[in-house]
Design a protein around this ligand. Structure first.
Ligand code: ATP
Ligand code: MG
Length: 346
């Protein structure tokens, strides 16, 4: 059997540099390498409702932002089915059967869920739908028989939970579902890009992001206000590179050619040495980072602009992708019902 790739994002805001480096870049690479039979990218609106049920407008407003972000970074609708989760009813039905295979305490122990419950202030009373979203994510992945899932590392506990559902299901009802594997970026920083404020994760919910669709002015403003070394007050002071977000981002996003182009140094290492010794100001290093990010983001903005002016094309892409997703997920649901023995009229 060939590879089936599936991944997705919650339409809770525009996509940011963390999404790009953590997963979008890998998706585009895998899409272009072509080593797969089917590839799906899901806009997880139903999952986003589990912690935004009282603000559906936020989800509606961001659905198109997310697909515009996909198209702007080069996800190719001729190769990839982009679809809307809530349109695929089979996913909800699968979730219902999988819920029997997972205990509440196992969900409560899931490290990602634990962190997210804290972040959202759900400690005293967590909505059942939110606690259950790992099960619904297991449905999303298994409905497509996906074996490869390009994600950032906050998703690992969720994929582990999916594989537990697969093993339990197959043990009880017979071999039906397929286990999946995370496709992660190489370095630790890329697996979880920290926020502009130095927080462990750039995240829409934490408001510490550079968005892929930010204007040059916005990127400039955000880079200039980035967290560096709080003890590096005068240009002549020796500065710290570790934990300095500007250098962290330069490590991820720049190459030495760009360092040569935008500074007097011939490599990032040389630039770091100077910073550590003293005599290199924050404004200078921030300017270099700004230029490097602009090189990345300018082509994205241009592509985005094209699709913003052709929203009918975007809607057609979503409709066609969703039809294909529905077909595939319904087929799996039939197999699941047959395995359980509740396919009465077949
Ligand atoms: P929310 O705060 O609403 O959960 P989010 O920023 O965490 O939003 P998601 O839609 O939950 O974004 O995540 C989509 C994908 O992007 C996942 O694969 C996740 O691992 C990856 N991702 C999100 N933030 C980062 C990051 N800072 N670094 C690397 N990967 C990331
Ligand atoms: Mg998230």
């Amino acid at each position: 059997m060939g590879n089936i790739i599936l991944t997705g994002d919650r339409p809770t805001g525009r996509l940011h540099l963390g999404h790009y480096i953590g997963t979008l870049k890998n998706r585009v690479r895998m899409q272009n390498e072509g080593n797969y039979d089917e590839m799906y990218v899901m806009i997880a609106d139903a999952q986003a409702l589990t912690d935004n049920f009282d603000n559906p407008k936020k989800i509606q407003d961001n659905l198109h932002e997310v697909i515009l972000d996909y198209l702007s970074v080069g996800i190719d609708p001729n190769k990839v089915n982009i679809f809307i989760q809530s349109e695929v009813d089979a996913l909800t039905t699968l979730t219902y059967y999988y819920m029997n295979l997972v205990t509440v305490s196992r969900l409560q122990r899931n490290p990602t869920i634990k962190t997210e419950i804290k972040q959202r202030g759900f400690e005293t009373s967590v909505p059942m739908g939110f606690l259950n979203y790992p099960v619904s994510q297991a449905a999303d992945i298994t409905a497509f028989k996906a074996n490869l899932v390009p994600v950032g590392d906050d998703q690992l506990p969720l994929l582990e939970q999916t594989n537990e559902v697969v093993r339990t299901f197959n043990r009880i009802y017979g071999d039906t579902l397929v286990e999946c594997e995370a496709i992660l970026p190489e370095s630790d920083i890329e697996k979880r890009l920290p926020g502009l404020d130095g927080n462990a994760k750039m995240s829409k919910s934490l408001n510490n992001c550079i968005y892929l669709a930010d204007s040059s002015e916005e990127v400039h403003k955000k880079v200039m206000s980035m967290y560096t070394d709080p003890n590096h007050i005068n240009v002549s002071d020796p500065g710290k590179v570790e934990g300095n977000m500007v250098f962290t981002y330069l490590d991820v996003f720049s190459n030495d050619e760009q360092i040569k182009k935008y500074s007097e140094f011939s490599s990032l290492d040389e630039m770091k040495e100077q910073y550590k010794k003293g005599g290199l100001g924050d404004v200078k290093i921030k300017k270099v980072l700004y230029e490097v990010l602009e090189e990345l983001l300018t082509p994205f903005r241009e592509k985005r602009k094209y699709y913003e002016e052709h929203m009918d094309e975007v809607d057609k892409i979503l409709k066609e992708g969703t039809i294909k997703a529905k077909e595939k997920a319904s087929k799996t649901l039939k197999e699941v019902k047959k395995a359980i023995g509740i396919d009465y009229f077949e």
